[in-house]
Design a protein around this ligand. Structure first.
Ligand code: XMP
Length: 514
């Protein structure tokens, strides 16, 4: 059976991936192509519908991204969003001009429910606007089907040709009924049956990887994190033992984590692949000796990681492909460029080993958001504790030990963190808090245990709730849980005589302490 496809044409807007994601949520497969893609190529794919995205420019400017009139004459339903809406209108003979007032943010919109685009949508609904230009004259054959106070054509249709345009952004969650509008387009107007599922993603990727790799050899750096684990299993499913996974244990993992990763992916695990574990703990501790500055530690850990990986790769010899577990937010973040200040350098984004001999990179998860990666992980049968693992930074405990990292401090923070995690799970809070961990402060203070004076470390407990990890609130943990964790840490972990809870939100704090 031929798969139903919706093509999203990318004009450079910031929400383009979200458009694709909302379409996938309607159980419709979709692919994103640049506006520069040859129209004949798009036609040959025989899409059930086309969506034109937003973009940063004004469509009437010289050299602005554009499209051909034929795009609207192929008999395929087209939906233009924001820039795409204006462009459709302009190309078909309407007019777009700079608005007197820029319209931005949450806006009330009045929709005409008789348009198939708005079936089931409330007559007055909230949408997310973000535009400088507006459609001042509609192209012949179009009628306005939504308005706002400032925007006479918030949506327009030429139902007879199945052409629709929306000035606002239905793909963002601020547009309260936006998903319904996109559903109406892909399921009702384009007539997609909605039989696409995440398991189809797995099937398609496996097929595509097999075609690409042929009999080639593939190398993957496995960290045990969600993304690299899912990428590795996908590859293993596609090419089996043509895949080698190198797992570098840098000695900065959480308690027992190295063994847990080996259990799942190693020879006794359930996947077909060559698994190499490199126990490089000592190397990392040596490099980190005497270093206490956070960015310096990150840099050392990142570089050493790459060196170890390269050495292993050299032993394997030339490979054809290198797998990266890049997911969509990584693509966006690393594409942000130099405008925003570097608060913390995340070594695992964008860095590539220089001396690994490979021909091409494979990034099977590049188009997915985190929760979609998790869904794929479950489809692939990866154990839940790996799939729902909370984020763990590449430099690991190296940045959860304030000041110099030593083997002794790693052990303290591992033990304290394991107790904390266990008690959070016992209290049934492990699924509801987005990130929580113990860190070792560099503070030593006086205490008394038994009849003895102690002079030991303070452990800091952190727990935050966050949607996007850009801002976060300290979680309000029940006092009993904090007390239990405190007493267990002090009784069970050597060299700790105080436990502190970090109540700082982000900003002004960050999630990690370094
Ligand atoms: P911050 O501490 O910047 O953390 O508020 C935001 C998210 O990023 C993680 N984080 C890192 N991840 N390498 C990583 O791979 C790093 O150097 C790093 N620093 C912070 C942090 O755990 C949180 O999820």
């Amino acid at each position: 059976m031929k798969k139903e496809l919706v093509v999203v044409i990318d004009f450079g807007g910031q929400y383009n991936q979200l458009v694709a994601r909302r379409v996938r949520e309607c159980n419709v497969y979709c692919e994103i192509y640049s506006y520069k893609t040859d129209l004949a190529k798009i036609k040959a794919m025989n899409p059930k519908g086309i969506i034109l995205t937003g973009g940063p420019n004004s469509c009437y400017e010289e050299g602005a991204a554009t499209c051909q009139t034929e795009l609207f004459e192929m008999g395929i339903p087209v939906l233009g969003l924001c820039y795409g809406a204006q462009l459709m209108n302009l190309v078909l003979g309407g007019k777009v001009e700079r608005a007197a007032a820029r319209e931005y943010g949450k806006t009330e919109v009045k929709v005409d429910n008789s348009s198939p685009l708005f079936t089931g949508v409330s007559e007055n609904t909230i949408c997310w606007m973000s535009h400088n230009d507006y459609i001042s004259k509609m192209a012949p054959g179009f009628r306005a089907v939504a308005v706002t106070d400032n925007c006479p054509v918030a949506a327009a249709e030429c139902a007879e040709k199945n052409l629709y345009s929306i000035q606002f952004h239905p793909e963002v969650l601020h547009t309260v009924e936006g998903s319904k509008m996109l559903y109406n387009f892909v399921r009702n107007i384009c007539g997609c049956s909605g039989d696409w599922r995440m398991d189809s993603f797995v099937e398609e990727q496996v097929k595509a990887i097999r075609e690409k790799v042929g009999s080639g050899r593939v190398l993957c750096a496995l960290s045990g994190g969600v993304d690299s684990s899912v990428a590795a299993v996908l590859l293993s499913k596609a090419v089996g033992e043509q895949l080698t996974c190198v797992f570098v244990d840098h000695g900065l993992l959480r308690k027992n984590e190295g063994d847990e990763v080996e259990e799942v992916f190693g020879p006794k695990g359930s996947y077909e692949l060559n698994f190499i574990r490199v126990n490089a703990q000592e190397r990392f501790y040596e490099k980190l000796a005497g270093v206490d500055e956070p960015e310096r530690k990150r840099k050392i850990i990142g570089e050493e990681f790459i060196r170890v990986f390269e050495e292993e790769a050299k032993k394997i010899g030339a490979v054809d492909f290198l797998v990266q577990g890049t997911i969509y937010p990584d693509v966006v973040e690393s594409g942000l460029g130099g405008e925003s200040a570097v608060i913390k350098s995340h070594h695992n984004v964008g860095g590539l080993p220089d001396y690994v001999d490979f021909k091409e990179i494979i990034e099977p998860l590049r188009d997915l958001f985190k929760d979609e990666v998790r869904k794929v992980g479950l489809e692939l049968g990866i154990p839940e504790h790996l799939v729902f693992r909370q984020p763990f930074p590449g430099p690991g405990l190296g940045i959860r030990i304030i000041g110099e990292v030593t083997a002794e401090k790693v052990k303290i923070v591992q033990d304290a963190d394991a107790i904390y995690r266990e008690e959070i799970a016992n209290a049934g809070l492990d699924k509801s808090i987005n990130q929580y961990f113990a860190a070792l402060t560099n503070m030593r203070s006086v205490g008394v245990m038994g009849d003895e004076r102690t002079y030991d470390y303070a452990v800091a407990l952190r727990a935050v709730n966050t949607v996007d990890f850009m801002t976060a609130d300290a979680a309000q943990l029940p006092w009993e849980v904090l007390q239990k964790v405190t007493s267990r840490i002090i009784n069970e972990v050597g060299h700790v005589n105080r436990v502190l809870y970090d109540c700082t939100s982000k900003p002004p704090g960050t999630i990690e302490l370094e």
